[in-house]
Design a protein. Sequence first.
Length: 452
Amino acid sequence: MIQFILNNKLIKTEKSASYILLDFIRYDQHLKGTKSGCREGDCGACTVLVGTLENGKVNYKSVASCLTPLGNIAGKHVVTVEGLNADKGLNPIQHALDEHAGTQCGFCTPGFVVSLTGHALSKNFGKYDEAINSVSGNICRCTGYKSIERATKDIADGLKATEENSQDWLIKNKYLPEYFYDIANRLAAIENLPRNKNGKIMGGGTDLYVQKPDEISDAEISFALNNPELKGISEENGEITVGAAVTANEIMYSDIFNKYFPEIKTWFKLISSEQIRNAGTVAGNFVNASPIGDLTIFFLALNAELTVTNNENKERKILLKDFFKSYKQVDLNKGEIIKNLKFKIPKENFKFNFEKVSKRTYMDIASVNTAVSYTLANDFIEDIHISGGGLAAIPKYFDKTRNFLKGKKPTKENIRAASDILLSEVSPISDIRGSKEYKQLLLKQLFFAHFE
Ligand SMILES: Cc1cc2nc3c(=O)[nH]c(=O)nc-3n(C[C@H](O)[C@H](O)[C@H](O)COP(=O)(O)OP(=O)(O)OC[C@H]3O[C@@H](n4cnc5c(N)ncnc54)[C@H](O)[C@@H]3O)c2cc1C
Ligand code: FES
Ligand code: FES
């Protein structure tokens, strides 16, 4: 049995753990505010908040309910638009959207309201850029967005009235209804889903539910997001360790990553949307083995090493650069899962850069993406790792270019000579994301950009 709280109601259901949350909300609970649009994570009409009890507090994140199985919300608080009003009137977020004509046909509006409430509940509340980022996965076909941007500005400004982000303040000021006061206590009394060690492993489900929805509808699933052994980011013994079920947003907002990669937010905001980054995990990105997986390209350039484990807790290590065998084929035996990834703590004079070009800047997959990390010792490149996506059947690690640049100075001449070797290491094919010639040109230009 799966238990969770839906708005103010305790749910106990015998539905399959792989049953989609959106269908449960609309068709089992008849809450029709959460809309069914694309069912592929792209439109945001189905956005709900998922609150997880952590150290006595409930931490809320927005997710696409169309890609969320019940197994991933067991023991949690799910909030739909119906659960957001203190009384019959509009709450401040709804009021701002109404005031600025940020709603016309209204189909997208519940999704925007829920995402912006996610912003109000986040650590970064009141910052306009972050408020805009919170709706990065919400599409509106009517308003042209300017009215929504103005409403978002008002909402961000309104939240600045409090210095400390506190649910109590949000309740007192009618952003949230009073039942939120008691959610932490109520969640503490709910059972989590027991772990199914033998089932097919799922992270956020943001790839599986798009690629193979039928294959998993009746399958036994092991839910990685519920497994504390696969969570957490830590720094010790000269290495940074990232659990396999850590999400893209957990990396983007982690203190450790922000310390060593101060530009991480600029790069990670190019990856999917807030809702998808709140669910999609690193291991899911590696194992779906897309040649343009952004997290894969990021960690390939750090020469990350994976720890893989099986049902008998036997572990083996494998470098991410050796993990991809051929198109969509990875080095995992039956029963094996990824436990974590590790990479060396960056030294002094460490440089890192990530570049991604897609048809749209945001909320799109890459035509070409690439990353580089290198360390300088007395102006010479001590070591370097270069990765690139969209150029071959697998995410590419550039071995020959690395060997050429190791021990050399990153001068214009050396980088130009290295770019010729780089291009000789791949032969991209023309596809929907660009012609072969365009991708080659992109790779060369982005490689130069790494050293600018
Ligand atoms: C709207 C949308 C936009 C997207 N945009 C981007 C983008 O810009 N860039 C990008 O790179 N990706 C993008 N994606 C793809 C996807 O979100 C990411 O690849 C994400 O990281 C997948 O993680 P997940 O946890 O959701 O994977 P899941 O769907 O849960 O799993 C994917 C695969 O990994 C396996 N798996 C999961 N965890 C483990 C483990 N611990 N060990 C072994 N196998 C495991 C699963 O069995 C499955 O085969 C997008 C997806 C959507 C829906
Ligand atoms: S229905 Fe479009 S994101 Fe879920
Ligand atoms: S108001 Fe119609 S889709 Fe946004």
